[in-house]
Design a protein around this ligand. Structure first.
Ligand code: DGJ
Length: 726
């Protein structure tokens, strides 16, 4: 018995050594992904998990797979294609020019290159029968524990080659149980967390809305491996696709209980005709695998976003006053001048003019007409945009402007002049969302037009500092005159057309602040934020609802990118409560100051000064979510600077229950050895803090173990507490 075990072990070791030369290890400080070329020449995933130090022979990663010998012949192919023996969903499906729907990808070569801040692994695969090549890319950011992954597909066939499916990534896990958290959405109800256990079969999260892609489902997910997703403990995979369009995440548990996660563009309605020699580059899929819960994963993504992805991630952000909720379409040059004055007296940096400033033949006095005609309405604004920028600057604030450049009202000069620029189905009724249609950004002429909107405004007004780029309709009638017989390419080419416009803008105006907006949070992806400095989370600015929406987005997004405005939504909540909720994100206002009580206005002015002072803490990626609004009628979170010397604690009571036991809130992320002075800030004039901890000094250890009584029984009550290392 002993002898046969020894023989088996030797055989296994020999097999392992044979594999070792064909292994590729992709790793960050905490995570390791090992791929291996097997004897059949194909590439397999043999390990994905916590980084294992001190292992010289990587082939030990193959060992767990031997437990299930009946799966060995199949294996976990890294990028399986339709046509091989794996009967579950494949990453790629290609129909060759002769109609053959199958491919087999074999390993050709790989290299690992040191890039700025990351290592890129490039693996070349090809079909030995058809002239088809696929290149897999993995960018591993060691210090951030984030891996970015994409693939490139290319063929050299004479006839028509169609891609039926083209995921960016496929990952495999073998655990006892899997729990998915997804983020359901709707207009004004974005980023609602839902969790469920994944059992046998498939679960899909996807979007087919095109432009307003994330209106119903957000492009983020979390999978708890071996247990539900928890904030501070357990293993969780967090993933997102950088694609401002249709996306799909497929979670499939196979016959052996292994989980396969496929992430990429939604291939539905997008059978892509790939021209010979062209490279089809999938969007980037980003993931982090945390074994210290969601909190750690969030902090990694936030740090990584600020350093590597978000446009102007290390620059400051401007506080602003927006006029949408206050005036809607009802304004003129004079009233806007007065609002710029209000922005100044409030103490914000910028005045942002929203929808309704353009259109002459069909003035934009409501949402039924004028969209597409980007000339200021002469009657309303005789001095055009230059007069407004001047008025703002003279009063000491910067000026920003709203555009919705991808869209058009049929009642507009643009639609009359260029009917072929509109996405619209022939021979079918046309469906509208908000009385508008989408322009055909697959067409380079339309791309020029859209670029020209920003370019013209910038040329005319070099002091314009900020654009709010809105997109209020999904693609409702998906047909492009330009794409002709390539209609399956429309959804993909549209997004690439949009990116090419955004690249041109960024190259020409690299310092321009831009807010990504899509009727609220209908666009919220990582790739979009390469071009935008921030995004509009939701039209819903009720502070209670915002606690949930911000809680959701904070799992992936840095506060610097999350626009939060103080408005009149939910007047039951005090201005202080509304402001205290917005204070934890990128602060703005969209409210009439004239209607505000003098004491509230004063509070806002003081809070803005505090906000400016505390930006290094507020924008720190080190976020700790302490008390969830999903579990309690309260919410608490804190941000800490990297050196752990300065922190802010936000505590909110929404609707405490009668007789509810209130427990201390235990802080996190502090230095246990240091002592911190605790001080409630942002108090109304004359208000005294009722917190027992106010003004006292505690050790970090005490604050994290014993905690502070900062939650209470008052409805819609809030506290902002500053902690400064002594
Ligand atoms: C939808 C946006 O979410 C709002 O903030 C506002 O800009 C309107 N569009 C304007 O039409």
């Amino acid at each position: 018995m002993k002898k046969s075990m020894a023989v088996l072990a030797t055989l296994l070791l020999m097999a392992a050594c044979a594999y070792a030369k064909n292994e590729i290890s992709i790793q960050t400080k905490q995570t390791q992904l090992v791929l291996q070329v097997k004897d059949d020449g194909r590439l397999y995933q043999t390990y994905l998990g916590e980084r294992i130090e001190g292992v010289s022979d990587l082939s030990v990663f193959d060992m767990p797979r031997l437990r299930r010998s009946h799966t060995l012949s199949r294996g976990f192919e890294t990028y399986p294609v339709l046509g091989t023996e794996d009967f579950f969903e494949q990453a790629l499906e290609i129909q060759h020019a002769d109609g053959n729907p199958t491919s087999v990808l074999k390993y050709v070569s790989h290299e690992q290159l040191a890039r700025e801040g990351y290592t890129e692994t490039i693996i070349r695969l090809r079909d030995e029968v058809y002239p088809l090549s696929v290149t897999l890319h993995y960018a591993a950011y060691p210090d951030y524990d984030v891996i970015r992954q994409w693939s490139e597909i290319q063929h050299d066939e004479k006839g028509k080659v169609y891609l039926g499916r083209y995921y960016s990534s496929m990952l495999y896990f073998e655990e006892d149980s899997y729990f998915l958290t997804e983020f359901a959405s709707n207009h004004s109800k974005e980023m609602q967390m839902l969790s469920q256990q994944l059992l046998f079969g498939k679960k899909i999260i996807d979007s087919r809305l095109g432009t307003r892609a994330a209106m119903f489902a957000q492009p983020f997910f979390e999978v708890g491996l071996g247990g539900p997703v928890r904030e501070e403990e357990g293993t969780v995979l967090m993933g997102t696709l950088g694609w401002t369009g249709n996306f799909r995440f497929t979670f499939e548990i196979d016959n052996n209980g292994a989980l396969r996660i496929l992430s990429g563009i939604n291939p539905d309605a997008s059978r892509y005709l790939l021209a010979r020699g062209n490279v089809f580059r999938t969007p980037d899929f980003y993931f982090t695998l945390s074994n210290r819960g969601l909190g750690e994963g969030s902090r990694r993504f936030q740090r990584w976003m600020l350093r590597h992805q978000l446009h102007m991630g290390s620059a400051d952000r401007m506080t602003l006053l927006n006029n949408w909720e206050n005036t809607h379409f009802d304004f003129n040059e004079q009233s806007l001048g007065a609002l710029c004055g209000e922005a100044k007296s409030l103490g914000v940096d910028l005045f942002l003019l929203d929808d309704g400033w353009f259109g002459n033949k069909y003035p934009r006095s409501n949402d039924k007409a004028g969209l597409g005609d980007w000339e200021p309405t002469r009657e309303k604004l005789p001095g055009g945009v230059p007069a407004l920028v001047r008025a703002a600057n003279e009063q000491g604030v910067e000026f920003g402007i709203w555009i919705e450049p991808e869209m058009v009202n049929p009642k507009s000069e643009l639609a009359e002049k260029h009917p072929d620029w509109l996405l619209r189905l022939p021979e079918r009724d046309t469906y509208y969302q908000r009385n508008q249609l989408v322009l055909d950004l697959t067409n380079p002429e339309v791309q020029d037009f859209v670029f020209g909107i920003v370019d013209h405004l910038m040329q005319e007004n070099p002091r314009l500092k900020f654009f709010k780029w809105d997109a209020n309709s999904p693609i409702t009638n998906a047909y492009s005159t330009f794409e002709k017989d390539r209609q399956g390419n429309l959804f993909v080419d549209y997004v690439n057309g949009l990116y090419s416009v955004l690249q041109r803008i960024q190259q020409k105006y690299p310092q321009l602040y831009m807010m990504m907006c899509s009727g609220g949070g209908g666009r919220s992806d990582f790739e979009g934020l390469r071009y935008f400095t921030e995004f509009w989370l939701s039209d819903n600015t009720d502070p209670v609802e915002r606690l949930f929406i911000q809680w959701g987005y904070s799992q992936f997004m840095p506060s610097k990118a999350m626009c939060a405005h103080v408005t009149n939504w939910n007047r039951q909540a005090s201005v202080k409560f509304r402001l205290d909720v917005a204070f934890s994100c990128k602060l703005g206002f969209d409210i009439s100051l004239k209607d505000m009580a003098a004491s509230d206005l004063k509070y806002c002015q003081q809070a803005i000064a505090e906000y400016n002072r505390l930006k290094p803490v507020i924008f720190s990626p080190d976020l700790y979510r302490l008390v969830s609004p999903y579990d309690t009628p309260h919410c608490a979170l804190m941000r800490v600077t990297e050196d752990r010397g300065h922190a802010l604690l936000f505590a909110y009571d929404t609707h405490p229950r009668y007789g509810e036991a209130i427990v201390p809130t235990r802080l996190r992320g502090l230095d246990p050895q240091s002592r911190y002075r605790v001080r409630e800030i942002c108090l109304m004039e004359g208000q005294k803090s009722n917190l027992a901890c106010h003004g006292k000094v505690y050790s970090g250890d005490y604050l994290m173990k014993a905690g502070l009584m900062v939650l209470g029984r008052g409805k819609l009550t809030s506290h902002i507490i500053e902690l400064t290392k002594e």
